[in-house]
Write a protein that binds this ligand. Structure first.
Ligand code: PLP
Length: 390
């Protein structure tokens, strides 16, 4: 077949392929793998949420909704945001229901970025932010974060990377891949810099419910920050609803209006079945969600103490369902470690550098796997470390 590469846009060509794709191709060819690789709950969506979807189908809810999403869902999101992060959003024009946080990141960036604008992104971070910035013709700029700071973004690092082209700061806390969180005082230390430099914040709070020992704080709740922050959240992680593809964006009506414009021409609306399920999750799902979070908390404690014991040193992650141990004592790069671990012990974890340069020397392990899988993976990893840590 002849190459069609010359037809592909340079913007798309310039985006590096996902750092984990090659690795997961290898995982799929290996027998008997235990995976701590994929960032996905091991639970199916709670039954009452699935049932609410069946009932809505029985009642014939199979059509488009308003572009912004069902008003009753937006009203429920408004209540949830008020209770969760203490901010009032008007469901009429300050909330947009999206196809997951993924769509939210994309259309927030496309609404805000002019070609050449710089998008500041803590490193390591979730893999879609940098490519999302490039696809909006922006320039992703890395803000290194460090293990010794538990990957909180430092104000001096932010300040040192600001230029007259800086436009947007993306904050993804609790953080994928590190499990780091930003405490209120960490966020407060950024506010002056953000305001002085007239930055807009896109705050991806998809792991907000998965905050252990305390409550998630949104930067949007700090004085002066609500209007310059787009908060993104969704149902994938907290309610085990990854496949439903449902999330939302909250922010200033001008920004939500711009995002809605892109959304209406590209997506029309999030699927009504998923919106009905999300409504049920918000109305009656808190109990089951809290139980899942408690379970993750239990698994978190097991995994962190075992890693430290086997020599993969790891701070205690305070959020999300990842931990990010150092593999530096093995003398391997992150990719070498992951490939060898897969081949020798059939355990899949993700190289830290897939999430940015600052992740080199670390691996991401997801503990949203079953306790028995976590225990077996830990036993295999411990054997591996006995052989490879001198
Ligand atoms: N944001 C972060 C930080 C994530 O880790 C993920 C998925 O792993 C997403 C967004 C994607 O979320 P959604 O399923 O709502 O599109």
């Amino acid at each position: 077949m002849s190459s069609m590469q010359k037809y592909i846009s340079n913007t798309v060509k310039s985006i590096p392929p996902s750092g984990i794709r090659k690795f997961f191709d290898l995982v799929s060819q290996t027998e008997g793998v235990i995976s701590l690789g994929v960032g996905e709950p091991d639970y199916a969506t709670p039954w009452h949420i699935r049932e609410a979807c069946f009932h809505s189908l029985e009642q014939g809810y199979t059509m488009y909704t308003s572009n912004s999403g069902l008003l009753e869902l937006r009203e429920e999101i408004a209540k949830y945001m008020k209770k969760g992060i203490g901010i009032e959003y008007n469901p009429e024009d300050e909330i947009l229901v999206t196809v997951g946080v993924s769509e939210g990141v994309d259309i927030a960036l496309r609404s805000l970025i002019e070609p050449g604008d710089e998008v500041l992104i803590p490193d390591p971070s979730y893999v879609c932010y940098g490519p999302g910035a490039s696809l909006s013709y922006g320039e992703p700029v890395s803000l290194p974060t460090y293990d010794e700071d538990e990957y909180r973004l430092r104000p001096d690092v932010l300040e040192s990377k600001i230029t007259d082209k800086s436009k947007v700061l993306i904050l993804g806390y609790p953080n994928n891949p590190t499990g780091g969180i930003m405490h209120k005082e960490d966020l407060e230390a950024l506010v002056d810099i953000i305001v002085k430099n007239d930055l807009i914040v896109i705050s991806d709070e998809i792991y907000s419910e998965l905050t252990y020992n305390g409550k998630h704080v949104s930067i949007a709740s700090l004085p002066g920050m609500q209007e310059r922050t787009v908060v993104l959240n969704g149902f994938s992680k907290a309610y085990a609803m990854t496949g439903w593809r449902i999330g939302y964006a909250c922010g200033h009506p001008d920004i939500i209006g711009a995002m809605t414009k892109i959304h209406q021409y590209t997506i029309m609306c999030a699927p009504i079945m998923a919106q009905k399920a999300a409504l049920e999750a918000l109305r009656h799902g808190e109990g089951e969600m809290r139980k899942m979070v408690e379970d993750y908390n239990y698994r978190r404690k097991i995994i962190v103490s075992e890693f430290n014991e086997m020599g993969l040193t790891c701070f205690e992650p305070k959020g999300a369902f990842y931990c990010f141990p150092s593999i530096q004592k093995t003398g391997m790069t992150s990719e070498e470690f992951c490939e060898k671990l897969l081949i020798e012990e059939q355990v899949a974890v993700v190289p830290g550098n897939a999430f940015g340069e600052s992740g080199e020397g670390f691996i991401r392990c997801c503990y949203a796997a079953s306790v028995s899988n976590i225990e077996q993976a830990l036993e295999r990893m411990s054997n591996f470390c006995i052989r490879h840590i001198k």
